[in-house]
Design a protein around this ligand. Sequence first.
Ligand code: NAD
Ligand code: UFG
Length: 338
Amino acid sequence: MKPFILVTGGTGYIGSHTVIQLQQKEYPVVILDNLSNSSPVVLDRIASITGNRPAFVEGDIRDRDLVRQLFRDYAVSDVIHFAGLKAVGEGEAEPLRYYDNNVSGSLALFQEMEAAGVFSIIFSSSATVYGNPGYSRFTEETPLNPVNVYGDTKKMVEDILRAAKRAQPVWQVALLRYFNPVGAHVSGMIGEDPAGIPNNLMPFITQVAVGKREKLSVFGNDWPTPDGTGRRDYIHVEDLASAHLAALNKLQGGESFLTVNVGTGRPYSVLEMVAAFEKASGKTIPYQFAARRAGDIAECYADPALAKTLLGWQAQHDVNRMCADSWRWQKNNPVGYE
Ligand code: NAD
Ligand code: UFG
């Protein structure tokens, strides 16, 4: 039997889409997730989409005994490490919890990988590591200067992996810096299911469309952008998932260190996203302009050239598809996985 891919955070939004694609490529998968931000129902949905239920270990990446036992129970070749906390505002309010979960948790995982002789890792980094450099098109050379705790945790984990690689060349590392994932699996069975009030634009829009929220607040209409609203590089979660398979392929082919932006290279404003969603769903999204959100920047998008050169990967799905798939998921699951 082929060795397992350990997917931490594999019942979460991006992890679940990646697990489906891994299984469709015949990789055996074991998920480690503490279910702090996901539901075990995801496992049933993955099973019905792929015909194959991934192995699942419920637990925390900081639980060293559990992680050690996992490496004993499963022959793992590579780790895709999604597990982490990701709400920017929450990170500002609870920095110690964020550093503990994201940084200490990653350290514990990497040390247990080392003890088990597993040295291949794909890490979920973020465009947030670049902060606010004063220009909008971010290359991988854009200096790392996170402006919030969440972004700092991502940079710290990147630093740890860069240092580990320098000291022990046996490590194989892919740092994938995601831009703004949206969309859902085309089946409408797997998607983003945020707890409480969504922080991010797309789940807020879909919850307005399904009648769960009254209207969208657009954070600022005085940004230096063509329509005054913030512009971001939205990327379909299926494209993001396929970037992980491309990175895995590279690592398994012997590549030793990759740092890659994962985006489309094309930004859309908040109002453009609202219009695209209305077109794809046939729903009207009422909105009001509100004050700028603290910590936001006007615009950011990926220079996606390196992903194409190094991984042979580029995004396939356009904004209409992103909106149509987000809507199908929300419409079929008005209360998420509950
Ligand atoms: P998510 O919250 O849906 O998934 C993360 C999963 O990790 C959840 O299932 C959660 O239960 C689990 N988890 C959290 N802490 C854990 C721990 N200590 N031990 C075990 N499991 C734990 O988030 P997502 O959107 O799928 O994001 C996945 C990764 O990608 C995260 O690391 C996130 O920071 C990163 N990322 C996300 C975005 C985004 O906009 N969604 C952008 C850039 C980077
Ligand atoms: N926005 C609104 N109203 C909302 C929510 C968002 O107008 O209710 C606006 C924001 O001001 C911004 C745009 O929509 O202009 C996108 O905001 P999101 O919160 O969806 O995304 P961010 O770019 O702020 O951040 C997200 C994730 C981070 C991740 C980053 C990577 O939250 O974790 O993308 O680029 F690191």
